[in-house]
Design a protein around this ligand. Sequence first.
Ligand code: AMP
Length: 185
Amino acid sequence: MNSMRIILYGAPGAGKGTQAELLAKKFSIPHISTGDMLRSAIEQGTELGKKAKKFVESGGLVPDDVVIGIVKEVLASPKCANGFILDGFPRTTAQAEGLQKIFDELGIANIHVVSIDVNEEELVKRLLGRGRADDNEGTIRNRLKVYAESTAPVKGFYQKHGNVHDIKGVGTVEEVQKNIVDALK
Ligand code: AMP
């Protein structure tokens, strides 16, 4: 299966990062995580990192133009020529619209949107157990609120534009992975 282009959608803690890594290996495509890129920029103290720091640390969203800019640069690079998996982007309707523009410019069509669904109680449990710097209780609450308010409409955007594969995100990592791979066939 060549040229696999996937958008992984789901709440913080749904398992997008874990599943994205496995899919990236399976289909030999790059795993593009805006969260990973922002954390690494913050760690390295780059201009992007300085812009993003306060948003990431509070569990808010980094401004749309900033994230759209970094995604545009990566998607236009040769490493994404044969496919990619987007994890954690788009997170707002404006980002979804920005991404559509990038796809149009690059002549990209046939995107798979995979939505991983996990209930809120399980999400909080997972996030509290993960131990990342932005995984403290206050920040988690804010990230779930931001998800419900700003990110949930993104799913509607893709439901309107084509098919979304709905995947139940509970079970073992392998079970969820198999369900995703089956849905992509
Ligand atoms: P993640 O690793 O995807 O959970 O992202 C961690 C944090 O990075 C989020 O809480 C946001 O502050 C920021 N972030 C990641 N992706 C985006 C995005 N697409 N738009 C805005 N902020 C983002």
